[in-house]
Design a protein around this ligand. Structure first.
Ligand code: AMP
Ligand code: MG
Length: 489
């Protein structure tokens, strides 16, 4: 079978990538397959699904695949690792899809590569299902993300804290080029490598940069804009990535690398779930400044391509880095305006939004349900009861609702239109940690995939009421709370 691959990355010089075959899976079984994503890629969906276990374990690669491990560096928790690379991933090639866009197909968990360092190159089933589930939920929420085509169990066991089923995830991305890809060549002082990588990024993601006076600066600005928009979207749904290292920040601006990521239940800006984030570097409220810090690392790598004079290169790069938080804030504010039902812009909106978030924090109210119930309240004062009950611990709710109604009165929509528009941006369903953990445990420990499939189908329609699944809207009971999440690598 052929997938119609191109091999732009595989034909870059040897220092970018190295050809490498996947490990053989002793007994591959496809446990989840994404038909819509297969169609997006222009594949023969039925034929591919029939052979999914062989194809997506790597046992029987598509004939035109050319698996490579790519080189990249990265700042991990602030420290530069000059050589990371695909330690357990292989890029099969790029596909020009029927929608005109080019996408990468990559295996994750397919065995050791020259970049594996101390790792075994494998992945456990639970974390691969987690990536599949949460990336599909993000996509359904309208947030740019890598997608998941399939998860195949290999039939081998992997050793982590315990002995676990091994699996391979097939991931689809606009590209796998990261901030860390540029840092790799920068750390080696390889300006020619930087130039080749920049040319590829311009060809794949930023063709408009070719007409700019300084293409490298135009790419930096395009990356900053995509990240500003992305992080604003994360913040609006309460998503915490958990490992915003520069090797996990995508140049095309997709959410990538779902490790210990999580959605928060009760609203607290300091929330951290990741067991490895002991300092809270990647806490919810830090995400915008961390994105800016990561972009500064990208800017540093690009300096020789921005200007031959080092000082003027820095001055020019700062014109993109310094206003990043404002850029983020513009997207954040406009997203939150929509979430509280505003159709116009007024100077006082920022304060109105901040006051609501302060109430949520003080009441330790559930982030998702508070906005969903605010959507219901937009129907009229008679529909306010659930939100009032949820925020009862915050004495300011009555005043806030009065201020909100007076603000709404200056907008043109009818209450019904407004409530409908709000329900299209305020989800009823997110992949709540306790549900995710329960679904993954059933799959991993008991080979029972039903809870996973049910949860997946619910979070794939996050804005629908799905009355029959109302229990999945609810935050965890105290005994069900998940306080920590793990990479599982
Ligand atoms: P991540 O935390 O998944 O973003 O991975 C960071 C780096 O560690 C990347 O270079 C990965 O390829 C590598 N890595 C993670 N898990 C493994 C593993 N089990 N074996 C080899 N390399 C790994
Ligand atoms: Mg990574």
């Amino acid at each position: 079978m052929r997938f119609g691959f191109t091999h732009q990355y595989a034909t870059l010089p040897d220092r970018f990538q190295t050809a490498h075959a996947p490990a053989r899976a002793p007994d591959p079984r496809c446990v989840v397959f994404n038909r819509p994503v297969a169609a997006l890629l222009g594949l023969d969906v039925d034929a591919v699904e029939r052979d999914a276990a062989a194809l997506f374990s790597g046992n029987q690669l598509p004939e035109d695949a050319r698996p490579i491990a790519t080189a990249y560096a990265g700042h991990q928790f602030g420290q530069l690792s000059p050589r990371l690379g695909d330690g357990r991933a292989l890029l099969l090639g790029e596909i020009r899809c029927p929608d005109g866009l080019q996408r990468d197909l990559q295996f994750k968990g397919s065995g050791r590569t020259p970049f594996s360092r101390g790792g075994d190159g494998f992945a456990a089933l639970g974390p691969m299902l987690r990536e599949y589930l949460i990336s599909e939920a993000m996509h359904a929420l309208g947030i740019p993300t890598t997608r998941s085509l399939a998860v195949v169990t290999t039939g081998a066991r992997v050793q982590r804290e315990s002995d676990l089923p091994g699996a391979v995830l097939t991931r689809v991305a606009a590209s796998h080029i990261r901030v860390g890809s540029f840092e790799y060549f920068s750390a080696r002082g390889d300006v020619e490598g930087l130039r080749l990588l920049l040319d590829l990024v311009i060809a794949r993601h930023d063709p408009q940069a070719l007409d700019a006076e300084i293409p490298a600066l135009a790419v930096l600005e395009a990356v900053a804009e995509r990240q500003a928009r992305l992080i604003a979207q994360w913040m609006q749904v309460g998503f915490i990535h958990g490992v915003m290292n520069t090797d996990n920040m995508s140049i095309p601006g997709e959410t990538i690398d779902y490790g210990p990521c999580a959605f928060m239940d009760e609203f607290d800006p300091r929330t951290v779930f990741s067991s490895i984030d002991r300092q809270g570097r990647y806490a919810y409220s830090n995400q915008p400044v961390i994105a800016q810090w990561n972009l500064a690392r990208l800017a540093e790598a690009l300096l020789p391509l921005i200007d031959a004079d080092a000082d003027s290169a820095v001055t020019k790069a700062l014109t993109v880095i310094e206003p990043f938080i404002d850029r983020f804030d513009t997207h954040y504010l406009s997203g939150l305006r929509a979430r509280i039902g505003l159709a116009s812009e007024e100077a006082g909106d920022r304060d109105l939004i901040k006051a609501l978030l302060d109430l949520l924090r003080d009441a330790r109210a559930d982030h998702t349900l508070s906005f969903r119930e605010l959507s219901d309240a937009a129907e009229g004062a008679a529909a306010e009861a659930p939100l009032r009950t949820r925020l009862a611990a915050a004495p300011g709710i009555d005043d806030w609702l009065a201020a909100w109604r007076s603000r709404l009165s200056r907008d043109p929509q009818s209450p019904g239109e407004r409530a409908a528009a709000m329900r299209r941006v305020n989800p009823a369903y997110i992949p709540r940690n306790h549900r995710v953990e329960a679904a993954l445990a059933a799959a991993s420990d008991e080979s029972d995939f039903e809870p996973f499939k049910r949860l997946l189908s619910i979070v794939q329609q996050p804005f629908d009421d799905q009355a029959e699944h109302a229990a999945y809207r609810e935050p965890p009971r105290p005994s069900e709370r998940v306080l920590q999440t793990f990479c599982g690598t």
